[in-house]
Design a protein around this ligand. Structure first.
Ligand SMILES: Cc1ncc(COP(=O)(O)O)c(C=O)c1O
Length: 481
């Protein structure tokens, strides 16, 4: 690591802000809908409200609710409103967390401790579809719970029979997504949760993406299968405020059917000289801003506001999906319930397509199993849907045309391991920097990534890839001159 001397003298506020503005230059342009994921944006007016609410509670600390009853009120009201939206009764309890990942970590830790106490399970297992978010695997690693992944059906939804067959005496919980991130489809939650209930185990619905959208999609008369507390076997639900509720990051909720279950999420130290120390979630000190901003926005928009937003997003999604399906060689995978989906092709290399779109200023994540490009459509995309389809049509035409470069890419890609092709571009760039410096190159990379993704695929196995990615993560999290 290079050394950065600790600043000896102060800079002016103007200098600091100017250098921060400059640092943003190469960030993706989310404000004008150029990125399909990561940022959920409605309007400047909503951002103003979020910022005002956030900064009003900028200094407050959610660690101690007795010092800040305001934050406690906001949090409890957000939870109670969400419980109502998600089919819950007055017994539902929950916690605000720092995001979908923390919500899932908490759901897994709660299930583990509940099962340990209630059923004396020592080697807990959780059964989940292969499309469930990797935060479950993270939770498994952190908390010593074995994750049993079950391949999904041809329509990318959880395979109910196969998940039933995977149950053992160690199974403490089953999981379904509403919807899954990779293909945007809702798992058959009712069928899965019925099995869980019949077997006397827990069931978690990961509605991190859909929790604040699917209820409104249904109210607008689109078909939405049951996924929430309306299903008796569902014992916990996660839903992200910083996704389709359009609240400020970081904010999510995890809800439990009973407070008896939630008790296993909580931590209490009674013997510390510093006093009795209770804590509901992972964090100690907790920022007040996201709690205040979420409360403000739910009240500002209300059902009426969310229905308007959802209706725009669903119309935009239809325009985009129809446009994509009309481009020869491209198709939307399966039939997603809301506004998250994947573009695939039997004829074109979708990684080449992603490169062509990148050159035209669009940012789409690459996926594998099967190769596809991911789209999370939100309100901001209504204004760019036509431009996107125009560029996608051009990009597909370019990829379709034969050429020497493409033939070379094809050769490379044909040797590639699919796993390595879905890394974020920046990682691939630094990885190739590394590889290239090892090969004596200057580390300068072309704008096109498809050949690079292909080259990465020559790594012999997944273990090597994991080590390389760990190296990369290490590098990205280290200061360099
Ligand atoms: C279905 C699902 N669950 C959980 C998460 C994790 O959310 P976060 O990135 O807020 O931790 C995501 C993120 O995209 C998701 O799509």
């Amino acid at each position: 690591m290079s050394i950065l001397p600790f600043p000896k003298t102060s800079l002016s506020k103007e200098e600091i802000l100017a250098s921060m503005r400059a640092a943003r230059d190469r960030d993706v342009q989310w404000q004008n809908g150029r990125v399909f994921g990561l940022v959920y944006h409605v309007s400047d007016e909503i951002d103003e409200l979020l910022k005002e609410a956030f900064t009003m509670f900028f200094s407050e600390n959610g660690l101690n609710p007795t010092a800040f009853p305001s934050l406690s009120k906001f949090e409890n009201e957000v939870i109670a409103m969400a419980a109502n939206l998600l089919g819950g009764d007055e017994n539902i309890v929950g916690t605000m967390t720092s995001g979908g990942t923390e919500s899932l970590l908490m759901a897994v830790k709660t299930a583990r401790d509940f099962a340990r106490v209630q059923w004396s399970v020592k080697d807990p297992e959780i059964i989940l579809p292969s499309t469930a978010h990797p935060a479950f695997d993270k939770a498994g690693e952190y908390f010593g719970v074995r994750m049993i992944h079950v391949p999904v059906r041809a329509d990318f939804r959880a395979d109910v029979e196969a998940m039933r067959d995977a149950i053992t005496n160690n199974t403490i919980m089953m999981v379904g997504s509403a919807p899954s991130y990779p293909h945007g489809v809702v798992d058959p939650i009712r069928e899965l949760a019925d099995i869980a209930q019949a077997r006397g185990i827990l069931f978690h619905t990961d509605a991190c993406v859909g929790g604040f959208m699917l209820p409104f999609v249904r109210k607008l008369s689109y078909p939405v299968p049951d996924f929430d507390f309306n299903v008796p076997g569902v014992t916990s639900v996660s839903a992200d405020l910083h996704k389709y509720a359009y609240a400020a990051k970081p904010a999510s909720i995890v809800l439990y059917r009973t407070s008896e279950l939630r008790r296993h999420q909580m931590f209490v130290s009674t013997d510390w000289p510093g006093g009795i120390y209770p804590s509901a979630g992972m964090a100690g000190s907790r920022p007040g801003g996201p709690v205040a901003a979420a409360w403000a926005l739910l009240n500002y928009l209300g059902e009426e506001g969310y229905l308007n937003i959802t209706s725009v997003v669903m119309r935009t999604t239809k325009i985009l999906q129809d446009g994509i399906n009309a481009i020869p060689g491209l198709k939307v995978l399966s039939n997603p319930e809301m506004s998250v989906f994947a573009i695939a092709s039997n004829k074109l290399d979708v990684y080449e397509l992603a490169d062509e779109l990148s050159l035209r200023g669009w940012h789409l994540d690459r996926q594998h199993f099967p190769p596809s490009l991911h789209m999370t459509v939100n309100y901001v995309h209504a204004q760019v849907a036509d431009d996107f389809l125009k560029d996608l049509t051009e990009a597909a035409a370019t990829v379709r045309r034969p050429g020497v470069r493409k033939a070379a890419t094809k050769l490379l890609v044909s040797t590639a391991n699919a796993l390595t092709r879905v890394l974020p571009e920046k990682w691939v760039k630094s990885l190739m920097d590394k590889a290239s410096s090892m090969m004596g190159g200057d580390g300068n990379l072309p704008e096109r990534m498809a050949p690079m993704y292909g080259l990465m695929g020559t790594l012999p196995n997944r273990g090597d890839l994991k080590e390389l990615v760990l190296d990369l993560l290490d590098g990205i999290n280290t200061y360099k001159k």
